[in-house]
Design a protein around this ligand. Structure first.
Ligand SMILES: [Ca+2]
Length: 180
């Protein structure tokens, strides 16, 4: 009987996935869905390109961000609740980088640059050609002069590529998969 219940549940789930395959998708275990895409936050620390490679291994890229809603979702997804004072360890890599050839900021997943949320004064140090990668600061923070700098959290800061940071991978809807 238990097996029968399990089988009918499985069939029902299969049906619901297949019947909705054009309008909805499920994410792999450990991934969180927001609208049509799936996200995973990694607490392990990595340099920018190491983080991107880690995302590539699971069919994803460092996340792109295209709306305040998506940015808010990712802020809540990764914030720790610790207000930061001149410490940036909680920042997470996002897939935004400065392409020298075109002189513009681009997303690693190839999607258009249609939204940014730089903190006041960012991106900075571009003249030294060193801070060509972007991170999000999910927790509120203030700057060296003790002025609030990222008061609500979720603003972006450009960094050079060396710091070890957590990161967010995004599987886009174009890589649709069915779990069953
Ligand atoms: Ca910066």
């Amino acid at each position: 009987m238990r097996a029968l219940v399990f089988l009918s549940t499985l069939l029902g789930l299969s049906y619901s996935v297949i019947s909705n395959r054009n309008s909805r998708r499920l994410c792999f275990y450990g991934w969180t869905q927001f609208e049509q895409d799936c996200y995973k936050a990694y607490k392990m620390r990595a340099q920018f390109m190491e983080a991107e490679n880690k995302c590539n291994e699971v069919g994803a890229h460092l996340t792109s961000i295209h709306s305040v809603e998506e940015n808010d979702f990712l802020r809540e997804f990764t914030r720790t609740g610790n207000v930061q004072e001149n410490k940036w360890d909680n920042n997470v890599w996002i897939g935004f980088f400065f392409e020298k050839q075109s002189g513009t900021w681009k997303w690693l997943d190839g999607s258009p640059t249609d939204y940014t949320n730089w903190a006041t004064g960012e991106p900075n140090f571009m003249e030294y050609d060193s801070e060509g990668q972007a991170s999000m600061m999910p927790d509120s923070s203030f700057n060296e002069k003790n002025n609030w700098y990222n008061p609500d959290g979720g603003e972006w800061n450009n960094l050079h590529d060396m710091p070890l940071r957590g990161f967010i991978c995004k599987q886009k809807k174009s890589s649709i998969h069915i779990l069953i």
